[in-house]
Design a protein around this ligand. Sequence first.
Ligand code: UDP
Length: 328
Amino acid sequence: MKILVTGGAGYIGSITAAELLAAGHQVVVLDNLYQGHAAAVPPEATFIQADLADRTALAALFAAHPDIDGIMHFASYTLVGESMEQPLLYLRDNLVNAANLLEYAVAAGVRRFILSSTANLFDEPERMPIDEHERIVPGSPYGESKFFIERMLHWFERIYGLRYACLRYFNACGDTPGRGEDHDPETHLIPLVLQVALGQRPHITVFGNDYATHDGTCVRDYIHVVDLAQAHILAMESLDQLGTRKYNLGNGNGYSVLEVIEMCRKVTGHPIPYVIGPRRPGDPATLIASSTSIRQELGWQPRFGDLETIIRSAWEWHQAHPQGYHED
Ligand code: UDP
């Protein structure tokens, strides 16, 4: 298939683009390089530097590539904390950009769409682990923006017959030898902790230790980015047969912030000092996925399921690229 990957210069998008190519698909990447890196785009992909707000660029993209079989939509603002400070980046830009993409996609006859969605749909889960029947209570404007896009897709299926899958990831992490996590500014726990191990930060700040968890720090379900990428490919390849689906994606294991720091100490051999800071607005205490549905229906199996393997893969990339893509 020929797949358009929006955000394909970003962390998850670029690694998914590489996995798609390895699986024999053709890839067109669209990215505005606001957060992404040109060096992350696989050289075998066609790269179009453009913004989803630029409707002329979208028209040109679909005119140049009228044979796109499916879209994987990663490009968006993605930070819970930022969305609590700048809600319109999320409640306006994420929605307008997705609407633009969908408008041109259906006009071009695209039949398949995979949405990069989020565990931030589940701010007040009634059951843990969280399955697809959990009620949706977005935890922030970020989560709300993804929920709105899921609803847009619902109507685009009913009206235009677009088949789609929403993949609600828990905490994407880990790296591959060629591509890794490099945000500016970095806000994610594992790369920040590894920056302490690299001597680039004096300590890590733990955002709150008074949550209702076993050690008081937030518990999250960390999933390797390659396992996420494989889930996207399986979902895309199964849409014709199985139709629209929504899947929660994690390993089903929860680790606290302190446990992640401890594992990073083991992997890096660095003492990794930490200080306790205030809670970060928008953070629920515990998020653990039930991925039973995607395991049963698509045969998805995480290959890098344990935290040590995940952190080792990240440590290898960060040691090889201490300044991220900037040095490449
Ligand atoms: N976290 C932290 N200190 C940091 C960054 C993150 O304590 O400097 C915590 C954060 O509160 C959350 C967990 O680590 O409980 C994972 O955060 P991250 O930003 O990596 O992912 P998110 O859960 O927001 O998707």
